[in-house]
Design a protein around this ligand. Structure first.
Ligand code: NDP
Length: 313
């Protein structure tokens, strides 16, 4: 067991975590970043990214996160590939225990543990993830120009994604497990008004089907939950939009969370209800879920941590 001490402890290795690390390191705070179990975060399961500034050609999600990691290391962030399993925020320095039996002590902590997309849980969904199955229309919609796509879900995200996809796709089928949508009425009206969108009611995806070489989606088998009948719908892409859950289990009963489990922060910044603890990226802001927004949030958290530390001296 090792004991690590730092002025700024960062939990999470997505764009928010790495950016917080880069800013804290350049402020001379010698940050330590604990990467978590999915090193690089959600972007590592995205195939190509075209909307992160600075990359005129598409860049793979894994590649982008590897570059952020290298950049963080180059400016002096100490990265430990470990998973925080327990936190004690009762007094500073704040203590965090890890799965690797290490103890991390931080005068400040920046939480950047992100959110995870909910998935259907099908083997075939996993198989085609990044090869026709996606959790983000904003990230991947562009690749489906004049193609047929489907979106699973009946909430505002599914409605948003279906409408967004009509900018590119030839047709968009919304697949919903019930006979009424959870999405706001205004969104429902927009769906109804859009000629490219049709809805498969009372339906769930039973299987994603596709080609092996190259790996790619060609359709989905839909099951009607009322009749149990099955049919195949030909699509080139399937977007899963059944919600996200913030990775905040560790902080329940310790930090103030909103009703959906996201960490509450003050005024548009990253301060939590405990001084010296900050939250950045998707773990505190469910509204945008974009890498560039999370990176910006990581920068804010590091600047706030620096200010907080300078007030303590
Ligand atoms: P929601 O929880 O609102 O909706 C999830 C949808 O997925 C529901 O329709 C649910 O079905 C369906 N679903 C859940 N699990 C499964 C499953 N296993 N198989 C099939 N379908 C499933 O999540 P959202 O991400 O849509 O929204 C989260 C929050 O963010 C909401 O408060 C929403 O209003 C907000 N939001 C607001 C936006 C805006 O204002 N523009 C845009 C996006 C989100 P069922 O209805 O049967 O439960």
């Amino acid at each position: 067991m090792a004991e690590y001490k730092t002025k700024v402890l960062i939990i999470g290795s997505g764009p928010a975590g790495y950016t917080a690390g880069i800013y804290a390191a350049r402020a001379g705070l010698n940050p330590i970043l604990v990467s978590g179990s999915q090193v690089g975060g959600q972007l590592t399961i995205t195939t190509e990214i075209e909307n992160f500034p600075g990359f005129p050609e598409p860049i793979g999600g894994l590649d982008l996160m590897q570059r952020m990691r290298e950049q963080a290391q180059n400016v002096g962030v100490t990265i430990v590939d470990d998973l925080i399993t327990e936190v004690d925020f009762s007094k500073a320095p704040y203590h965090c225990n890890s799965a690797g039996s290490n103890l991390f002590c931080g005068d400040t902590v920046i939480i950047a543990t992100g959110a995870s997309a909910r998935w259907l849980g099908l083997d075939s969904e996993k198989k085609f993830l990044g090869f026709g199955v996606s959790g983000c229309a904003t990230c991947d919609g562009f690749f489906y120009r004049n193609r047929d796509v489907a979106v699973v879900g009946g909430g505002n995200t599914a409605a948003d994604e279906a409408l967004y996809l009509t900018n590119f796709a030839k047709s968009v089928t919304l697949i919903h497990r019930r006979d009424s949508l959870r999405a706001d009425k205004v969104m429902q009206q927009r769906l109804a008004d859009n000629q490219k969108i049709k809805i498969e009611w009372d339906s769930v995806v039973d299987e994603v089907v596709g080609t092996e070489n190259p790996l790619g989606v060609t359709g989905v088998v839909l099951k009607n939950v009322k009749t149990d009948s099955k049919k195949e719908l030909k699509v080139d892409g399937l977007f899963i939009a059944i919600g996200h859950h913030p990775n905040t289990d560790l902080f329940k009963g310790i930090l103030e969370l909103d009703n959906d489990g996201y960490i509450k922060t003050k005024d548009n910044g990253c301060e939590t209800n405990i001084q010296g603890i900050f939250a950045a990226g998707d773990v505190q802001n469910p509204n945008y879920r974009q890498a560039v927004v999370a990176a910006g949030s990581g920068c804010i958290a590091a600047l706030e941590a620096e200010k907080y530390l300078s007030r303590q001296n």
